[in-house]
Design a protein around this ligand. Structure first.
Ligand code: ATP
Length: 355
């Protein structure tokens, strides 16, 4: 039985906005699940309904098998973390971390032990007597994390907690959160619009758009086997290359002919003939004198570890990942081939993946 179940959960605001449109989701005990999607897709509203901070228009929230839909937040044993907000400047690190336990009237000895445990885990021991102004920015963030994590509720709900941090800090905090999660195994639902954060943290990613769940899967599944064109575009930077065209049967085999491309591409799977979108990641494409796609490099974007060649042709525009050390290809005419095993096919009408 799952630990947290969302059963047809929906929220329509009084102005008629359908923020969440019948979400079904089963989360196992100890899982770290990330709700990922663009701004306005209903992530926060879903999280707030799980917390009990918003009343669903319809549907249920089950926690540990109990229907908690009508229970107030205080009766759900849920910890809610927004962005890691500022520390209390007049309190020491130890007092800052202990503060939530003090509010919960935990006895002093237990409090000290709990603070010592979380401080050891986050490497804060030597900093406990200091005041926030005596800490670096990174240390302050770790103290804020410790203060959030010192309690151990049945369920953590986190809404963009790393939102204000720069990229370096974000990476460091992701590692700490993940390590914390692996050790404590508190079931966590985490909201973000940042796919890197989702990929680093999640056991399973829930991709949302316009109040609906489009796909639930491991980070690798949602990246490599996107269920829809939206997921294919949303994940990856650059996103999946998508070519409009048609599947045909030619001499007994299934081939894809892209719009504007003269050469057919043999497909590794059986696919129904008709209008189709062919998807492939930039890392599945390579420059190849014999390749079926012909175009010109309109942008050569250097990314440090690699470079992305943006190529335009009759088929549209695609990105090809190349080694960082390759000499700049801007302006070159190129041909491209695609690794057959990495080809994904989508129905043009519905946007759903068919192979
Ligand atoms: P963000 O990442 O920008 O916070 P989100 O995916 O978390 O976005 P929600 O905050 O859940 O999205 O909002 C979903 C929809 O509901 C949006 O269209 C938003 O404008 C609307 N909405 C949110 N809160 C309210 C409210 N209190 N009253 C009316 N509409 C609201």
């Amino acid at each position: 039985m799952s630990f947290l179940t969302l059963d047809g959960l929906a929220k329509t605001w009084p102005d008629g906005t359908r923020a969440v449109r019948g979400v079904d989701l089963a989360i196992q005990a100890g899982e770290f699940v990330v709700l990922l999607g663009p701004s306005g897709c209903g992530k926060t509203t879903t999280l707030r309904m799980i917390a009990g901070l918003e009343t669903p228009t319809s549907g249920r929230v089950l926690l540990g098998g109990l229907d908690v839909t009508s229970l107030p937040p205080s009766r759900r044993d849920v910890g809610f973390v927004f962005q890691f907000y500022a520390l209390y400047p007049h309190l020491s690190v130890e007092e800052n971390v202990a503060f939530p336990l003090l509010c919960a009237r935990m006895p002093k000895d237990e409090r000290r032990a709990a603070v010592a445990r979380v401080a050891a885990r986050l490497g804060l021991g030597p900093l406990l007597p200091r005041r926030p102004r005596e800490l670096s920015g990174g240390d302050q963030q770790r103290v804020a994390l410790a203060r959030a994590m010192v309690r151990k509720p049945a369920l953590w709900l986190m809404d963009e907690p790393l939102g204000t941090l720069d990229a370096d800090r974000r990476g460091e905090m992701c590692e700490l959160l993940r390590a914390q999660q692996l050790e404590q195994k508190v079931t966590t639902v985490y909201v973000t619009h940042d796919q890197d954060e989702a990929m680093r943290l999640a056991d399973r990613v829930v991709v949302m758009s316009e109040g609906e769940i489009l796909q639930v899967g491991s980070p690798l599944e949602v990246y490599d086997e996107p269920a829809t064109l939206f997921v294919a575009r949303f994940l990856g930077s650059p996103g999946m290359n998508l070519l409009e065209g048609e599947v045909r049967r030619e001499r007994g085999v299934a081939v894809f002919r892209s719009r504007g491309s003269t050469e057919p591409m043999r497909l590794p799977v059986l696919a129904a003939p008709g209008p189709t979108v062919l998807g492939f990641r930039p890392e599945a494409a390579r420059l190849d004198l014999e390749g079926p796609l012909a175009g010109r490099v309109v942008l050569d974007a250097f990314h440090g570890a690699c470079r992305y060649l943006h190529v335009e042709g009759g088929f549209g525009r695609i990105a090809v990942r190349e080694t960082a050390t390759r000499k700049s290809a801007a302006g070159e005419s190129v041909r491209i081939s695609i690794e057959p095993a990495a080809m994904r096919l989508f129905d043009t009408e519905t946007g759903r993946r068919v192979a």
